[in-house]
Design a protein around this ligand. Structure first.
Ligand SMILES: [Mn+2]
Length: 262
């Protein structure tokens, strides 16, 4: 396991051309905030969607993000974990970016402590339908078939999946926010299993868009769970601007608010 004296962790930027301020904050983050750390970890959903490296190569926006990632990884060791929206990012894109792809979950050493890092969607085990879906779309043979489809078809399928998940979320909020949170949050059991199997007491994940530090326990096992924030600087009329990173160094662990410091 590689050791890092300090690190910044981010996730869930959901970068897309329709969110230019969020993208610009990421470009600035790469320029300004990443210079004083040994490693940067991107824990998935950097992109709003990804339908293949060939499509990425034809998108000026995704090429601009690629240039930022290449620049970042030339200065600082940069790691990537797939999210539920960009799990089709392939070897070609990863190798061009200079990043190192890590499996989800992974154990890493930062500032002398062991951390388990994950995107987090696999921990949302109350959403059985999603877990079934996830097992299917992570099958390499199915991914290979999908990536052979014409680009227009792939974009269409990705669009349908995204609008279905939005509709589902809206329906859930019409019941109660608790119901939406029930399915959209990680479960104590899944976290306990994960921490048990890694023999670890520290977990960081994204995906739920519920940034907070938790102290949790089950049986005689205790752990801390840090949740990364999503980023959104483009919808001030509906969402308070948000963008943050988690910084770990010899001084401890803390959130860096990238809205205030921009
Ligand atoms: Mn996600």
């Amino acid at each position: 396991m590689q050791e890092h004296a300090s690190a910044l962790l981010i996730s869930d930027l959901h970068l897309t051309p329709s969110m230019p301020l969020t993208a610009q904050r990421f470009f600035d983050f790469v320029e300004k905030e990443t210079n004083q750390v040994d490693a940067v970890f991107i824990l998935g959903d950097l992109f709003e969607y990804w339908v293949g490296d060939d499509a990425g190569a034809r998108s000026p926006f995704q090429q601009e993000v690629l240039r930022a990632l290449t620049n970042l990884s030339s200065k600082t060791k940069t790691y990537y974990i797939h999210g539920n929206r960009d799990f089709l990012i392939g070897d070609q894109f990863i190798s061009k970016s200079g990043m190192t792809l890590l499996p989800d979950p992974s154990k890493v050493m930062i500032a002398g402590d062991e951390w388990v890092i994950s995107h987090g969607d696999a921990l949302c085990t109350n959403d059985l339908g999603y877990q079934v879906f996830r097992r299917w779309v992570r099958k390499p043979w199915l991914q290979k078939l999908f990536l052979r489809l014409p680009l227009q078809w792939r974009r269409g399928i990705a669009q349908t999946l995204r609008s279905n998940s939005t509709a589902k979320y809206d329906r859930a909020t019409r019941y109660t926010p608790e119901m939406a949170r029930f399915k959209g949050d990680v479960t104590l059991m899944a976290c306990a299993n994960l921490m048990g199997s890694y023999g670890s007491e520290r977990l960081i994940h994204g995906h739920t868009h519920l940034p907070a530090r938790h102290h949790e326990s089950m049986g005689n096992k205790e752990w801390q769970r840090w949740v990364l924030s999503d980023w959104d600087l483009d919808h001030p009329e509906t969402v308070l601007p948000k963008a943050s990173a988690l910084r770990i160094d010899t001084n401890g662990v803390r959130y860096i608010d990238l809205v205030k410091s921009s």
